[in-house]
Design a protein around this ligand. Structure first.
Ligand SMILES: C[S@@+](CC[C@H](N)C(=O)[O-])C[C@H]1O[C@@H](n2cnc3c(N)ncnc32)[C@H](O)[C@@H]1O
Length: 247
């Protein structure tokens, strides 16, 4: 009797593991551009300080380090500014500009970093990826994390990044991938129901971000019609890094 029970439990575990490991194929559902709602912005500010976000920022800074950034760096969709702070500490030789479409986020980021004494090393500007507030060939490095899925016209956004980069300049984008493994959606669903603050749940996050993100194949399509010197997509279980360098 016990052996049948153990076998039945094992079977269920194997079925769940098999189902959970399958990649999700769902149509993209666009999310709003910009987190302007003050309560959602404040809640995002709070969860950005949770250990899992700190862990991801460490991973992203490690990836940026491999690119040997120099000069002027722009973080597009910088949100509450914690990646800007981490980069300013890790790369004190860089001038870092955080840009975000949402004025609410720009205010939050400026406030968050005001006590960290970065002085002129860091600044924040309101700016839309569709029309970045920089001249042509002005920036050495563009980074962007968890923002791509908000961009309604990623091909145009990538052209805009290409426009502002200096020759030889690089970009690194980190975002979720919609075709993540199913168990990742289960995790997000659990977090949305039981863990995240109400203002985040009420804007259908974090599931909405996953559903509005792009797949590596889609990313390849919007990268390939821009004359990069080289580009690379590094897919992970539930996210991807997109890197490129201007000619
Ligand atoms: C999920 S938050 C990510 C914030 C931060 N990069 C991080 O990793 O925690 C997405 C950010 O992208 C910004 N954003 C959305 N659409 C944008 C656009 N078209 N141009 C610039 N920023 C945008 C939002 O306002 C928001 O602050």
């Amino acid at each position: 009797m016990v052996i049948w029970l153990v076998l039945a439990i094992l079977l269920v575990v194997v079925m769940v593991a098999l189902l959970g490991c399958a990649r999700v194929t769902i149509p993209r559902r666009a999310s709003a551009e910009g987190i302007e709602d003050p309560s959602a912005a404040q809640a995002y500010n709070r969860i950005s300080q949770w250990p899992q976000f700190k862990f991801l920022r460490r991973m992203i800074v490690g990836e940026i380090r491999k690119c040997h950034p120099e000069g002027i760096m722009v973080d597009v969709g910088c949100g509450p500014g914690y990646l800007v702070a981490a980069m300013a500490k890790s790369f004190p030789h860089l001038h870092i500009i955080g840009a975000d479409i949402a004025n609410e986020m720009v205010q939050l980021a400026s406030k968050n970093l005001s006590s960290l004494s970065f002085g002129e090393q860091v600044e924040f500007r309101q700016g839309d990826i569709q029309a970045l507030p920089f001249d042509d060939n002005a920036v050495d490095f563009v980074v962007s994390t968890f923002s791509l899925h908000h961009w309604s016209e990623p091909s145009h956004s990538l052209k805009e990044i290409h426009r502002v980069l200096k020759p030889g300049g690089q970009f690194l984008i980190f975002d979720l991938r919609r075709d993540a493994r199913r168990f990742f959606y289960w995790l997000l669903g659990f977090a949305q129901t039981f863990v995240v603050p109400t203002p985040i749940r009420s804007i259908n996050e974090p599931t909405g971000s996953a559903r509005s993100s792009y797949t590596p194949v889609e990313a390849e399509a919007f990268l390939s019609d821009i004359p990069w010197q080289q580009y690379r997509i590094k897919p992970g279980i539930a996210w991807m890094f997109i890197w490129g360098q201007k000619d």
